[in-house]
Structures are given as C-alpha cells and as structure tokens.
Design a protein around this ligand. Sequence first.
Ligand code: GDP
Ligand code: GDP
Length: 487
Amino acid sequence: MIDFTQIHINKLPTVLIMGRPNVGKSALFNRLIRRREALVYNTPTDHVTRDIREGVAKLGNLRFRVLDSAGIEAEASSGSVLRRTAEMTRNVLSRTQLALLLVDARDGVLPMDLDVGKWLRKNAPGMKTIVVMNKAESLDDCDGTLAAAAGEAYNLGFGDPIALSAETGLGMAELHETLRPLLEEYVVQNNLCDDDIQENDENDSSEDMECKLPLQLAIVGRPNVGKSTLLNTILQEDRVLVGPEAGLTRDSIRAEFQYEGRTVYLVDTAGWLERTKQQEKGPASLSIMQTRKHLMRAHVIVLVLDAEEIAKDRRSMKHVEVVIARRAVEEGRGLVVIVNKMDLLRGKENSKFYKSVIEAVPQEIQTVIPQVTGIPVVFVSALEGKSQIAVMNQVIETYEKWCLRLPTARLNRWLRKVMSRHSWKDQAAQPKIKYFTQVKARPPTFIAFMSGKTQLSDTDFRFLTRSLKEDFDLGGIPVRILQRTVE
Ligand code: GDP
Ligand code: GDP
C-alpha cells in the first residue's frame, strides 16, 4: 500500500474542485482540509483580484493537494464566471492530476454544469474527472430521487458520479474509495513509489480507520425466509412489519443502528426479489440496473435461506438465490449466507434432512461460486435473540476482511516466501513479479508489477489468490489481482 503520509508535500497529487457557483465547492474544500491552513493565491484576472485556495486534504488515510476555484467567481456574474474561471484555472491545470466536477444533486444538471464539463474536456483533455453530486443528504434512493439525479449526472459523460454532502459528510467514504486507486496510480506512474514513499508502519491504524466507516448492510432473500424477523432481531425492536404472507415486508426499509460502537446502515432490501424475478423473466431493464445499484451500495450482503424449505426440497439454493449470490461476489461485495429457521429442525439432528441442510449449503455455494472459497454460512433461528450475535459477528468479520489493507513491504516479503515455497515446473514457468502492492481495499485489490513483457497465467492468478487468502485469512472475500508491466 502506498502511504500518502510519507510523500513530500510538493510531490502530492493535486485535485482541483470545479463547478458553477454555489454548488458547494468551498464547503467540500473546507471539509477536506478540515481545520488546516489554506494558502490563498491572489490571481489577478480582468483587473480584479480573485483567489484560489490551496490546502492539503486528508481523507481517511489519503493525503493530496486540493485546489478550490470558488473564490475566483465570487464577484463574477453568472455569464462571465466560466470565462474568468477559465483564465485562472488554466494556470493550475498543468499541475493538476484530477478534477472533481461538483453539481448540486437537488438541482440536477443545469446548462452551466454542462459548460463546465465541456470546458474541462476542452482545456484538460484526458484529465480524469469525477462528477460529485453534492447536497445529496436529502435525496433518497427509495423514492428514486437519488437515482434520477445520478442518471443526469452520469450524462455529463465522466462516468459514475458520487453522491455526497459536504455539509454532513455523507458519502465521503465513497469519495475516498474512488480517489484512492486514481491517486495511487499517479504515485506509481511517477515513480514516487520507491524513494519518496516510505512504506507503512505495520502497526499503522489507517486500516482501522477505514473499517470504522459506516458499514452498509443489505439483507436479501426470497419472501418468507425470515428477513424481516431477522432484521427485527438485529434491531431489537419492531420497526419492520413481520407476517406470514409473502411480500408483506414493506417495499423499502432504511434503518441505521449501532453495533458494538459501529454504525451500520441497512440498505434497501425488500423489493429486491421482485426486481430479480422480473429480471429473470424479462429482457434487460431498469430492474437489473437497480438490482446492481443496490448491490453496489452494500458492503456486506446477507443472503437468507430457509432451512425448512431446503430440508423439504433437498435442494439448498433456488435459482434466484444463486443469481443474487453470484452477483454479490461479481460486484466485489462481502457475502454472508444465513440459513434461517433452524429451530424447525431441532430434534432431527440425526436425520438426513438435517445433514442435507448442514452439508449441502456450503457445498453448493462453493460449486456455484468457485472463484471465492470459504464464503461463511451461519445457521440460525431468527426467532431466537442470540441469532443477532451470530449474524452480526459474521457480518463484522466479513466487513473487516473486506476492508483489510496490507502494507507493501509486508506483501513483498510474503511474495518472496510464497514464490520460493512453490515448486515451479522450471525456472521459465515462474512468473516474474517485480513487486506486489495493494491498490485498494473494499474489496482488497492488488497489482502485480510484472517485469518486461511477462504475464501472469490463469494458474498464476489462482495460485496468488489462493495464497493471499490462506496467508492473510481472506477466505470468503472476493479478492482481485491485476497486473501491470514495468520495464
Ligand atoms: P461554492 O460557491 O461552490 O463554493 O459553494 P459554497 O461552498 O459557498 O456553498 C454554497 C451554499 O451551499 C452554502 O450556503 C452552503 O452552506 C451550501 N452547501 C454546501 N454544501 C452543502 C451540502 O452538502 N448540503 C446542503 N444542503 N447545502 C450545502
Ligand atoms: P420475509 O418475507 O423474508 O421478511 O420473512 P418474515 O420475516 O416475514 O417471516 C416469514 C415467516 O417465517 C413468519 O411467519 C415468521 O414468523 C417465520 N419465521 C421467521 N424466522 C423464523 C425462524 O427462525 N423460525 C421459524 N420457525 N419461523 C420463522
């Protein structure tokens, strides 16, 4: 991992905050630099002194230089803002690696936002730009307002937007997740890796910090498997309607709770299955996108199965459950499988039904998701209070693994060890990995820097993934390995 705290300030990557007036550029700038000093440059343009502020941003364990272009437009009328912004901003574009294009999530995309986008494209072609939908704290993904705003923001043409609130801090974790790989790539490309960055102290608390970010949890499953009952047990209050009829769960549930000092957000869970069902029947539609979007939002997905049905059908997972589980893993989410209603099998521990439940579920999961070994399966009865502890402990464990960050020094020591302990067919078969680094967590993603034109084979990928999982206890987590060539 690249430790940004060790990079000399002059070498820090630079991020420029752009956007029409009043979208909240200064608010975001202030949040990023917190209470640290900002430098103010007076930039005379048009005989009027305008300011650009510069500060060192700290976002989780990321550090970068941030420029706020807000001051320069303070006195300009809307028509001339862009021109004036342009004059000043061009000067700083040459030393900027990344732009955040802010829009107001509540207003949607206005013509002036489009102009700023066009301007960036023209004056900084190829510069990575991230659209940030600010003031998103009041928008909801349940009533569709967030999705509508995201759709508009996407149309600016810079890829997936991030929703956040500079005022409340909502969404800063997503900003962090998006910026990290981009900033790390800059550092690697500029060869700052070896000399300028000292590798992380292995007792660094930065990984703890990331894990302390609110956990977004989704509870999914077919109707009547006991999702609401489980949710109630977890929340320990009757916030969710429970009943015997299928589909009684309200369409969307949003709840926030504390578990052992950690904030957990429950993301919309019900309505899921309906969408998944439609998707199985119909052509690609909005439902697929929504399903994906919800998966993308959750950090950990709890898939609930019904023990009684499994015992009855002698089949552990229905097609729709397989679809959900596979998608969760493909999207890089942490997956926890819960087999609920175990109380109904009490007293039948010696029966083949019981055995079929206990043995078949983990086996089938392994069969349908061969790429991730060790996905946790927890057997509970949601009607019983202690199930909360079993489920939440597993959720937290999965989340912590999902957030894990391994320092580059440690990874490379590990790499040397696994390479030497593996017996290669011949010297030529051994992959020539120069070094290995973790580019991001959530889920853990690594880059193998290959020397010359060598490439990792599928077997090498499998070998490295398996070794990483065994040696760093990453079982059940979708681990990703990428490769890059270095001369
Ligand atoms: P700038 O002109 O782009 O620098 O915008 P400012 O940072 O000055 O913010 C403009 C207005 O929007 C101010 O009244 C801020 O308090 C408000 N604002 C900024 N961020 C947020 C936010 O996340 N939510 C809400 N509701 N208001 C915000
Ligand atoms: P949902 O549709 O997945 O939200 O399922 P519900 O939570 O509404 O539960 C459906 C039915 O299963 C209700 O009658 C619950 O009382 C019952 N149920 C849920 N969990 C358990 C459990 O652990 N054991 C038993 N015996 N019944 C359960």
